[in-house]
Design a protein around this ligand. Structure first.
Ligand code: VAH
Length: 317
């Protein structure tokens, strides 16, 4: 059985449903610190604060869990508002999962890293898998430390933990929380509501991004790959589309011509400026056949086609 920690989150709610499709809903247990939301109503739910190692062990034992997808974390923007809390949650949560995986000899662990592990000294274009990493956000620091711990538990104890450095994730089925790339989700909601969009980044801020469907595919492909193909045990670079706010606005205006945006950078501009413009994912493509399917045009069409029927639910929430 699979336990998803952070199943109510932007990625967690979509990944839980995808895992249910593959393994059967009865074989996937959803957990989160918050109460269950509609997106995961078809799954057995356990309330879990991942800082509580005993509660985690009880859930793993009672459901016969053999794999954990540990997605709970405080993201970049929110982490800067409460550094100690973000560090403690992100690190203690991961270490609780890794230690339990070792003790109970769990089959596989998935843990997301992020392009936030890169910092101002990292080569900004086509950032390589192995390079200088000097993150200057609490979130990025915790993800870099987390990558080191994942490789340590693999090398020292043989824990089969796998990880991806996600770019900004964009989807229409769930809302993000506390990220610097979240403008690229909100913009579609504003466009469909006929409202002007005020962007908290400057119009030429390039960031590596990925449509949620591609992120889900990458995660499942990595987790299904034979262990000997998984040569990176810190976290794999993966990449799909790099764009600026100006470019995503233009892609929306092709469908909604009178959509308008203004740019009012806030504290998140400095976070975005510390991250790469684009990422090299050659090693992921070579090791386990990663390939993305959505470019900006295709993503915008797919979102503008599918988001309208969900818009009402989000506006009620
Ligand atoms: C954030 N969405 O903005 C996350 C992600 C690369 C960005 O890690 O914090």
């Amino acid at each position: 059985r699979i336990l998803v920690i952070g199943a109510c989150g932007q990625l967690g709610s979509e990944l839980t449903n995808e895992l249910g499709k593959i393994f059967g809903n009865d074989n996937v247990i959803a957990s989160d610190i918050s109460a269950p939301n509609a997106a995961i109503e078809n799954f057995h739910f356990e309330q879990l604060d991942v800082m509580d190692a005993d509660r985690l062990a009880t859930i793993v034992d009672s459901h016969g869990i053999t794999q954990i997808y540990h997605l709970a974390a405080i993201l970049s923007a929110k982490g800067e508002e409460n550094p100690q809390w973000a560090w403690n949650l992100n690190m203690t949560g991961l270490l609780n999962v890794l230690e339990l995986a070792k003790e109970k000899n769990l089959k596989k662990i998935y843990w997301p890293s992020s392009i936030a592990v890169f910092g101002p000294s990292t080569p900004m274009d086509n950032t390589p898998q192995h390079t200088v990493m000097d993150p200057n956000t609490v979130y990025g620091i915790s993800k870099l430390a987390g990558e080191r711990w994942c490789e340590y538990y693999f090398d020292k104890y043989g824990v089969d933990v796998r990880s991806l450095r996600y770019p900004g994730l964009i989807g229409y089925k769930s809302l993000p929380g506390g990220g610097t790339t979240d403008y690229a989700v909100d913009i579609y909601h504003k466009a469909l509501s006929g409202e002007p969009f005020e962007c908290f980044l400057s119009e030429d801020t390039y960031l590596p991004m990925m449509y949620m469907q591609d992120a889900i595919k990458a995660t499942i492909d990595l987790m299904q790959a034979p262990a000997e193909q998984v040569k990176i045990r810190s976290s794999y670079n993966i990449s799909a589309i790099d764009f600026s706010p100006k470019e995503i606005v233009a892609s929306i205006k092709e469908h909604i011509p009178n959509f308008t945006a203004t740019y009012k950078p806030d504290f998140r501009q400095a976070i975005a400026d510390s991250w790469p413009n684009s990422i090299s994912d050659a090693q992921a493509r070579e090791d386990w056949g990663w390939d993305h399917a959505f470019d900006l045009t295709k993503m915008t069409s797919d979102i503008l086609e599918n988001l309208p029927e969900l818009l009402g639910d989000f506006q009620k929430a």
